[in-house]
Design a protein around this ligand. Structure first.
Ligand SMILES: [Fe+2]
Ligand SMILES: [Fe+2]
Length: 277
């Protein structure tokens, strides 16, 4: 008779090792357009220290998590976010080669996150992570669903980087939220953290966008503003209007990130990008 083996628990998603090289990526890699390229540069400058904050906030409370499956998922979440930080740091070096200084913006985020860590409780930091993870998952889902927009990323390396990141943001979107619930986080703190985070997040994006456009001498290039604002905000075909409903969902008392079902979408994109697992 064979002894019963203890059940081996594996995480719900893998950590993929990536190593992007942007040596041949042009300066304006989004359809040759400055505004949209800088919008993506803008987002990329948030990731190295933003995602470090996500990891640190979850790591700081993981000793309170009893669920073994969730512990495995936390490890995979940390692995994925660490890989995103690394690859976006490489992205930011690409920008430096074109004379676009994202490093300075990265350091502003470092300072901002340091203040958030200094001034708030550990539980509040996880609540902020949940809010930002909801933003990244919703934005990523929209990018995966809207091929009319994602196909405007005309550089193949950037296309692959952003869609890889988008898949993984959806794969791990429940982890921080489950940790928040496991440490006794409630509705009021979660939603008030979302409101404060929204103001900060949108404020930072607007500030960085103006900064990047000004530094690049594009502040009065109306053609690129028109194209960029239409791509983002057009009521019929824009990227942002589709984010409103998922955003409001976050304020429902019974909300959970897994209610935004994206498994089939992730599967389709993993096949398209030839990812194993
Ligand atoms: Fe990420
Ligand atoms: Fe994430």
């Amino acid at each position: 008779m064979t002894a019963l083996q203890p059940l081996r628990i594996t995480p719900h998603f893998p950590v993929r090792r990536m190593d992007f090289s942007f040596g041949r990526t042009p300066r304006y890699w989004w359809s040759g357009d400055p505004f949209m390229t800088h919008f993506m540069n803008n987002l990329s400058s948030l990731f190295p220290y933003g995602e470090k904050f996500f990891v640190d906030s979850v790591r700081a409370v993981r000793d309170q998590v009893r669920d073994r499956q969730l512990q495995k998922d936390i490890s995979a979440f940390i692995g994925q976010e660490a890989m995103h930080s690394k690859e976006h740091a490489a992205y930011n070096e690409y920008a430096a080669e074109h004379g676009i200084d994202l490093h300075r913006l990265e350091l502003r985020i470092k300072v901002l996150m340091k203040w958030v860590t200094r001034l708030t409780s550990k539980k509040m930091q996880v609540a902020v992570t949940c809010a930002l993870e909801h933003f990244t998952a919703s934005m990523a889902e929209q990018l995966l669903r809207r091929e009319d927009i994602s196909l405007q990323m005309t550089d193949p390396r950037m296309y692959r980087l952003w869609l890889w990141h988008a898949i993984e943001e959806n794969e791990h979107k429940s982890v921080a939220y489950d940790v928040y619930q496991a440490i006794g986080g409630g509705y009021l703190l979660r939603t008030s953290a979302m409101l404060v985070t929204t103001v900060l997040f949108l404020g930072v994006i607007a500030w960085f966008q103006l900064h990047l456009m000004r530094k690049d001498g594009q502040l009065f290039n109306w053609k690129t503003w028109k194209y960029g604002l239409k791509t983002l905000f057009s009521l019929r075909h824009g990227y942002v209007p589709g984010l409103l409903r998922p955003y409001l969902d976050y304020f429902r008392p019974g909300f959970h990130p897994s209610q935004h079902q994206t498994r089939e979408l992730e599967k389709r994109w993993k096949q398209a990008l030839a990812f194993a697992g």
